[in-house]
Design a protein around this ligand. Structure first.
Ligand code: FNR
Length: 368
């Protein structure tokens, strides 16, 4: 028995369906978090510690929640974040997400470890459509340089360097299910001499350079004109370093709870970062994104109230794609748009510039 798409009323519903219909190995890879999955659970539940302070008697007939991210105009302030191995969930992999992102005018971040080739995902784009690229940095910098410069040539509008994964975390659910690579064909892992006994994640990540450091940032700036964004920053001191290294953005993220367990949620870190940036008058110098656990438009709104430019969403689109293909992805995105319109109305804000810190009560957060 598989529920029809009409019975999916929110993003969590797709997860419940995906769990039942996906292959066990694929489910294990997508759904797992590191160690005890404390951070993975916290990512979502942290949003429950933030409460709204709505305005009433505001004319909310017309709502506009469009915004810009790194200069691109988008319909709604989320993007499809990079998640590896799309073909574990659907035979057409990441290209399904490209089509959904096009229909809803949102940005897709292409993962280094996509199942489709990078060029296939770019070719699935229908301009004007914006894509970003997530980069795992190879110990062999020539390989990385080629990937980056090829991406720029193919019109990629942002380079998101993952900085929270010098070593891949232990995702035990995934390790237990072992790696069966049927249907997935990773292009950028730089060699097929991999150990498959440790789960999908470990098998494909052995090329990642653990010596990557702040000293490498000028080199990235020298090889590309794309904006550079650091994905996986977790404290205000590193945001300040990011600014002083001249990067255009950071994603406050813990990799969906798949790396360091008991790392704080992105939204908690955001509540630490923004007041300090404002105090220093530096909040306009960098774009701050946050990801992890975003499942409702209220979560998106809370992140924007606290100063995020936008949020990344990962697993929900993988689950929607795995369960229902493109129809599922489109429905998931439409649900977020519908929720967004309603909740903007209910808090008394008609545009994203009205989403300010006074709209939320964050006293229950520990970084308050
Ligand atoms: C990821 N994420 C990720 N991040 C990254 O920088 N490179 C990658 O290859 C991947 N791969 C990946 C695979 C899967 C299956 C998941 C679930 C996640 C992390 C991702 O970009 C993002 O940080 C989280 O997914 C956000 O959390 P939610 O929305 O999944 O809760």
């Amino acid at each position: 028995y598989m529920p029809i798409l009409d019975q999916c009323f929110n993003l969590m519903d797709f997860e419940a369906v995906a769990r039942r219909v996906m292959k066990k190995t694929a489910w294990a890879y997508y759904s797992s978090g590191a160690d005890d999955e404390i951070t993975m659970r916290e990512n979502h539940s942290a949003y429950h510690k933030i409460w709204f302070r709505p305005r009433v008697l505001v004319d909310v007939k017309n709502i506009d929640f469009s915004t810009t991210m790194l200069g691109t105009k988008v319909d709604i302030p989320f993007y499809v974040t990079a998640t590896a191995l799309g073909k574990l969930g659907h035979p057409e992999g990441e290209c399904v997400l490209t089509r959904g992102a096009h229909k809803h005018n949102v940005i897709q971040m292409i993962p280094t470890l996509a199942s489709c080739s990078f060029d296939e995902i770019v070719d699935a784009r229908r301009d004007p459509q914006t894509q970003w690229m997530q980069l795992y940095v190879n110990s062999n910098r020539e390989i990385t340089k080629n990937i980056v410069q090829h991406a720029e040539k193919r019109g990629i509008k942002g380079l998101f360097i993952t900085v929270d994964a010098p070593q891949l975390g232990r995702r035990e659910k995934d390790m237990r299910s072992k790696f069966d690579d049927t249907g997935s064909n990773v292009q950028n892992s730089g060699g097929d001499n991999v150990d498959r006994s440790q789960g999908a994640a470990r098998a494909i990540s052995s090329f990642i350079d653990p010596s990557l450091s702040w000293k490498d940032i000028p080199w990235f700036k020298s090889i590309t004109k794309m904006p550079i964004i650091l994905k996986g920053v977790q404290r205000v001191e590193d945001v300040l370093l990011a600014i002083s290294h001249g990067v255009q953005g950071v994603v406050l993220s813990n990799h969906g709870g798949r790396q360091l367990d008991t790392a704080r949620s992105g939204i908690e870190v955001l509540a630490e970062v923004m007041p300090e940036l404002r105090r220093l008058g530096m909040d306009k110098q960098i774009e701050i994104y946050v990801d992890g656990g975003v499942r409702r438009a209220t979560d998106i709104i809370k992140a924007l109230c606290l100063g995020a430019k936008g949020v990344g969403i990962g697993r929900p689109f993988l689950y929607a794609m795995s369960a229902y293909g493109l129809d599922g992805v489109n429905k998931a995105m439409q649900l977020l748009k519908d929720e967004m319109e309603m909740n903007m109305r209910l808090i008394g804000c008609t545009s994203v510039d009205q989403l300010t810190p006074d709209m939320v009560d964050t006293r229950a957060l520990s970084s308050h």
